[in-house]
Design a protein around this ligand. Structure first.
Ligand SMILES: [Zn+2]
Length: 235
């Protein structure tokens, strides 16, 4: 199985790899990759795979049966090729900032309003969060965003460690999503924001909170207690 380099180093921008599988001339598996596959509300990474000066553009990255598959824009890569890889860092860094901001927002929704996150879509220009919340008002959400911004000002570090399934099950707050823990995984990656937040998570995050900038609530939508929605941007 390909080594997912972004799991331990979200700041890795270029690396060498070997092509280990090619399907239909355009779906590439690498022995090592830092290209993040679409998942957890975070879009896939873009960038290039280069072989002997020839550049193959990454148009999609997905995870299928546990393998990270890179769709490239043209045929030419072969099994055994040694290639160099480069992330579209500007794009990825925006996603890292939004993703880390989503942790803070969902932490506050969970702890202060007993709300569960039902959906999260990160984009280049904005992020959407869907959640269930009984006692709802847009003012409340504004107050939560203010609280998140105050935490950002503490510039806490984001760190990674690992826990067993049993340890995770004993702490339901570690998995705030409404959906359950994936089966067949024994060891879970935990993302810590200082001592404020802990989440089971396979995504990419910034190293320190201040990299997020300031969260600004731009829109709220209310379609019933199980269907609230908010949009935010980063400044
Ligand atoms: Zn995360």
């Amino acid at each position: 199985m390909a080594n997912a380099l972004y799991m331990n180093d979200s700041y890795l921008k270029s690396w060498e790899a070997k092509v280990v599988a090619v399907k239909d001339d355009k779906y590439i598996t690498l022995d090592n990759t830092a290209f993040y596959p679409k998942g957890g509300g975070q879009p896939w990474d873009e960038g290039f795979i280069t072989k002997d000066q020839e550049k193959f553009r990454i148009v999609y990255v997905g995870k299928f049966s546990g393998e990270i598959s890179h769709e490239v824009d043209k045929p030419g890569l072969k099994i055994g090729d040694t290639v160099s890889c480069e992330l579209d860092w500007e794009r990825r860094y925006i996603f890292m900032r939004y993703h880390t901001a989503s942790h803070l927002i969902s932490n506050i929704l969970y702890n202060d309003a007993d709300a569960k996150i039902t959906g999260n879509q990160i984009e280049m220009e904005k992020t959407r969060m869907d959640f269930s919340m009984t006692d709802y008002s847009p003012e409340k959400l504004n107050a939560f965003v203010d609280k998140a911004n105050n935490i950002i000002n503490q510039d806490l570090p984001i760190t990674i460690d690992y826990m067993t399934r049993q340890e995770v099950l004993e702490k339901p707050e570690l998995a705030r999503l409404a959906v359950g823990l994936p089966e067949n995984i024994k060891e879970f990656r935990i993302v810590n924001i200082g001592d404020v937040d802990k989440q089971v998570d396979g995504g990419t995050h910034v190293d320190h909170l201040k990299e997020i900038g300031t969260i600004e609530l731009t829109k709220t939508v209310n379609k019933g207690k199980n269907n609230r929605r908010m949009y935010f941007i980063l400044k």
